[in-house]
Design a protein. Structure first.
Length: 117
């Protein structure tokens, strides 16, 4: 019994030392719990998703007086709205995600990606 416990404890310690895989990383979500995405075609920290694109990928908008933690900032969209950025990249929702934890937009077109830490 002690030997089995020692082996299990050893395995736990070894597992704790291994780096997290991408699938085990924490997915960054909005304050409402919905998954957030970045768009590879956005350049220079400015959003490029408008019109039909923004209908499928709504921007995560902010109010002028809102603040978030480290890595978060805002950028002005062409319509004057403020959009959240994370690590300098504009952030979006995916309209087909219906509930917290959905991440059905990841990898679409090879240009949409979840944000993970």
């Amino acid at each position: 019994m002690i030997k089995a416990l020692t082996i299990r404890l050893s395995l736990l310690l070894v597992g704790a030392a291994l780096p997290l895989s991408a699938s085990a990383a924490t997915v960054v979500t909005a304050q409402n719990g919905m998954t957030l995405y970045v768009f590879d075609k956005d350049a220079g920290g400015k959003p490029s998703c408008y019109g039909g694109c923004a209908a499928k990928w709504p921007p995560y908008t902010a109010k002028a007086d809102e603040k978030m933690g480290e890595g978060w900032a805002t950028v002005k969209r062409t319509d004057g709205a403020l959009q959240w950025t994370y690590d300098g990249k504009p952030v979006y929702f995916y309209a087909s995600d219906k509930k917290k934890g959905d991440k059905t937009g990841d990898g679409i077109g090879g240009v949409w990606h979840i944000i993970s830490e």
